[in-house]
Design a protein. Structure first.
Length: 434
């Protein structure tokens, strides 16, 4: 097994290097020409999601409202080289750019305000890969997966080579930090460090849509054994209160401004992935089903300890549901929340292999959708090395990303099978014992 894990670690490292070259050396430069044609390439590309936060931090530091509409043209100028004209079809299709985060996001990222944005870009290039690697490591701890050093390095390399992480690093996306904080929360709960977990989870709410469902699940879980888990609830509400009250003291009325900004974002941003792929009606029905199934699993698992199989299943299912149901379609980086589900399924692959033929076919499709990005990237890189002039078409450059929308559905479908089968077995066992 150690030899096998070393081979996998070597393969993962090679895939990571190829993915880095493909994404930053081929795909991003290949898309630049299209941005230039639309006059959208005159500003900061790398770190574009962090730029509004950085600029808003400076505004707050000088006593100005970071949610002010007057800040939007300045953000657009910094990112595109000019303010957008939403009345034109070309500019109207560009995703909204404004400071759309809770005010306390600025507090958590305050050190960045002391740096110029080119220096911030250097910090992003160093810190975010470390954050993503730490997130993968923490999930291995949280799920209690016993791997060798080589196996751990392989998991981290595969995580860093995934499209959501590469896109998150390029965008300077705070969602990677949120994912790491959620992983840290679960790892702390497994070790019964309830106060630490109660502090980390509210800090992860800089991306509220990613924390909402998992916070509801963890609060239900904590309330179900008050005597043992009350410190988590106390720490959670104290930390949340500190973040909210400090925000009010710094900027009165920020909550109203932020909610208004969220409505504007929702109006201009694409629908969540499930609605974008399945349509509005079918997407809503699937969303209700997944949230309902998450609630059922959570209710049945609420009394189990954090180091149990039931707790792990519910947590990964809730996070996978979040990735499909809540973020915008274009927020591919938020699919990093699927990492614990992938790890959980890999650790319990025998459960899938013992399933029906349809389930095994689904598993093969899931493996195909996940690995396609790396196989296609390797093919493009080799083609460029052999015939450099052959790889220029934007459609060809985007070939490794064609399955990006399919990955979450394949993983969630396998989780649904695993969850329903496990619950059915538990119910059958309880019936036999009675």
């Amino acid at each position: 097994m150690p030899y096998g894990q070393k081979s996998v670690a070597l393969a993962a490292t090679l895939i990571l290097l190829v993915s880095l070259y493909y994404f930053f050396g081929m795909m991003i430069p290949g898309m630049h020409a299209g941005l230039e044609a639309r006059h959208l390439a005159g500003g900061y590309g790398f770190g574009n999601d962090l730029y509004p936060i950085w600029l808003a931090s400076g505004e707050l530091l000088h006593g100005r409202n970071p949610y002010s509409p007057e800040l939007t043209p300045r953000i657009e100028t910094g990112l595109y080289g000019r303010p957008l004209d939403r009345s034109t079809s070309s500019d109207g299709s560009v995703n909204m750019r404004a400071f759309g985060y809770p005010l306390y996001t600025i507090f958590l990222l305050a050190p960045l305000t002391l740096l110029s944005f080119p220096v911030v870009q250097v910090v992003i290039a160093i810190v975010l890969p470390v954050v993503a690697a730490l997130c993968a490591f923490l999930w291995l701890r949280a799920l209690q997966m016993r791997l060798s050093f080589a196996g751990t390095m392989a998991v981290i390399a595969f995580a860093l080579a995934s499209y959501p992480v590469l896109e998150g690093i390029y965008a300077g996306q705070p969602g990677l930090l949120t994912a790491a904080l959620i992983a840290g929360t679960i790892a702390a709960l497994v070790r019964e460090r309830y106060v630490l977990a109660g502090v980390l989870l509210p800090c992860a709410s800089i991306k509220p849509q990613l924390v909402l469902l998992v916070a509801m699940w963890l609060l239900l879980w904590a309330l179900s054994d008050w005597q043992q888990r009350k410190n988590f609830i106390f720490a959670f509400f104290v930390t949340t209160s500190v973040l909210l009250l400090s925000s009010v003291l710094v900027l009165h009325g920020w909550l109203v401004n932020w909610i208004q900004m969220l409505f504007e974002y929702r109006r201009l941003s694409p629908a969540p992935l499930v609605e974008f792929v399945l349509g509005h009606v079918a997407g809503r029905l699937v969303s209700l089903f997944l949230i309902g199934l998450s609630s059922w699993i959570g209710w049945r698992s609420r009394r189990h300890p954090a180091n149990s199989e039931e707790f792990a299943l519910c947590t990964v299912f809730v996070l996978a549901t979040t990735a499909v149901v809540l973020p915008s379609t274009i927020a591919v980086y938020d699919q990093f929340l699927l990492l614990p589900a992938v790890l959980w399924l890999c650790e319990r692959r025998d459960l899938i292999l013992r399933g029906s033929l349809a389930v095994r076919v689904l598993a093969l499709l899931a493996i195909g959708t996940v690995t396609w990005q790396w196989l296609a990237a390797c093919g493009l890189v080799l083609t460029r090395l052999i015939v450099p002039a052959a790889v220029h078409s934007p459609k060809l450059l985007l070939l490794p990303l064609r399955t990006a929308a399919s990955v979450p559905f394949a993983i969630v479908a396998l989780l649904c099978f695993a969850a329903v089968r496990r619950m059915r077995n538990e119910m059958a066992s309880a019936f036999d014992n009675s």
